[in-house]
Structures are given as C-alpha cells and as structure tokens.
Design a protein. Structure first.
Length: 153
C-alpha cells in the first residue's frame, strides 16, 4: 500500500529545510476528527503561535486547515521538543534514540511556512527553520510517518 503522504524532494538550506510533499489521495484539509486524534498524541499543537486569518494560535484554524499546514506544525513541534530535551516518538515513526541537541544554541524560534504548489495534484512546499539539520530531517520523517499512520487508520 502506498503511503498517502510522501516527501518527494528535500533541500537543506542555511538554517531551514525545504520539502516538496505529495499528499496523494489524502484529504486536502484537516477535520475535527483528524485533529482529535492528532491532539491525543501532540496536545501542544493547539497552543502553537500561528499567523492565520482567525487568530494568533494554531487552534483557531486546526479543524479545517490545509494538511501541509498541519505537517508544518508537527515538524516544528518535534524540533522544539528536541531542543528542550522532551523528544518523543510519534506513533507510526521508526523507533530510535532521541536526537541529541547537546551543545546546540538557537536564539530564534523554530518557524515554518506551507503552501500548495498544486492543490488539485496534492503537491505542497513546506519550509521549516532549524537549529540542527539532522533533528529537522528526523522531525520531518517522523511527522510524515505519523500522518500516514493516522490517515491509513
């Protein structure tokens, strides 16, 4: 079975990771049911700062926002957890030791943007900043695996 969400291309740039992600037959927007399942595992998402048309936090739009926007926030959340030593493995992600941020210093918040490149085809660009490129890569991998687990289940 093909995963509904698949990273087609990744580019590590200075301070940020840019990914082209295909959402295949996945829904184009979140639903309250999907977000309920997401928040059961990642309750901090609702409190993320978020520039949107309805408010200043992700909770204002999370029940009906583009799926790439959700993926962006999942990647940011995992990186923030890694920086604070609170990494956890999302359901669907490969098990492994938490990424090490030992000695990492980052004086700016981890932020991201997402946009559809072709919504009908389900292709989007997600751009997230990072303090450590390896942590960002793992956060993207684990977030995609988590979304796939939820969308298949």
């Amino acid at each position: 079975m093909t995963d509904p969400v698949r990273v087609e291309r990744m580019e590590v740039r200075r301070g940020h990771l840019v990914c082209q992600v295909a959402f295949g037959n996945a829904p184009r927007v979140t639903s309250p049911q999907l977000m309920s399942r997401v928040l059961a595992e990642v309750p901090t998402l609702a409190r993320h700062a978020c520039v949107n048309e309805r408010g200043t936090v992700f909770a204002a739009v999370m029940d009906c926002t583009p799926l790439p926007h959700l993926l962006e926030h999942l990647v940011v959340d995992l990186q923030v957890r890694a920086e604070s030593g609170r990494w956890f493995t999302l359901p669907g992600a490969a098990a492994g030791a938490p990424p090490s941020m030992a000695g990492a210093t980052h004086d700016r918040p981890i932020v991201g943007t997402s946009e559809w490149l072709d919504e009908a085809a389900g292709v989007a660009r997600i751009d997230v900043s990072f303090a450590d490129d390896l942590v960002a890569l793992r956060a993207m991998r684990d977030s995609v695996a988590f979304l796939n687990e939820l969308l298949r289940g």
